[in-house]
Design a protein around this ligand. Sequence first.
Ligand SMILES: *Cc1c(COP(=O)(O)O)cnc(C)c1O
Length: 305
Amino acid sequence: METPIQKKFFSQANQIYIKRDDLYPVSFGGNKARKAVLFFQDLKKHGSSCIVTYGSAASNHCRVIANLAAREDYPCWIVTTSVEDEETANSHMVKLFGAQYIRSPVENVHGVIEQTIHSLQKQGNTPYFIPGGGHGNIGTQAYVDVYAEIVQWEQKHNIYFDYIFHASGTGTTQAGLICGQILSGDVKRQIVGISIARPLPRGREVVENSVRDYLYTIGRELPPCNLIHLEDAYICGGYGKINQQITDTIHRVLLEDGIPLCGTYTGKAFWGMEQYLGKKKIQGKNILYIHTGGTPLFFDDLRTL
Ligand SMILES: *Cc1c(COP(=O)(O)O)cnc(C)c1O
């Protein structure tokens, strides 16, 4: 399902376009919804009877998985390290969807996941495991598809995006876009992931591994030119940490465009993109920003705007 691309009001030095993946029409949209749809197709192929996933109670990933599981009547277990702190829009919805939490100490997540899967199997179930954040080749596929959507849009509107920016977390979204770029044969444009938490060089390695993994499954290899542009200058102290400039950016984009951004992902990355363009004196280019969703986080943040 294609999402719209719209031009931002008041773009100055460059033409800024926004791909509204937040409007992807499944469970409040976003990249986790895109990935989840493919995971659910796969679990049906496997004839699985229940779902095990990993993530924090407040995550977009767990909300989407719990929502689809509830709709399609799959029991859903979420292994989580987060102790219940403040309730968020996502964690409230996960409760409404009836997913069960299994708490795990951070050091033993792998063990708890294995244990959970094993004991479900012993009870005669066939559990399907979805990695945290929808990481892995299936998640990567979702953004290979998005890249193709973007190319189609460009052809239809006779516009070429010189840069594509987006928030990068687990790196799966970025890996998918890069694989899409490799498959399309156009290595000219830059896809820039604005890291929201992971510093270099680790963040880049994770993206590269995901790209290699995916390409391997289709008998391709990573070309020698550098296609992985991960920017770690805008992490701002870590996951969920923000500064006044990010808050101001979220406020301005809401006012000018009526588009919700959040401090954790999309607002931080949008701010990072603007900083990046300014610092590198990039001008007169067509820029695509992919809005990767997380609308419930916007409503959590709204109280502090
Ligand atoms: C998870 C998430 C991201 C990061 O995507 P990755 O594929 O993990 O890099 C970006 N934006 C939002 C809103 C997210 O929920």
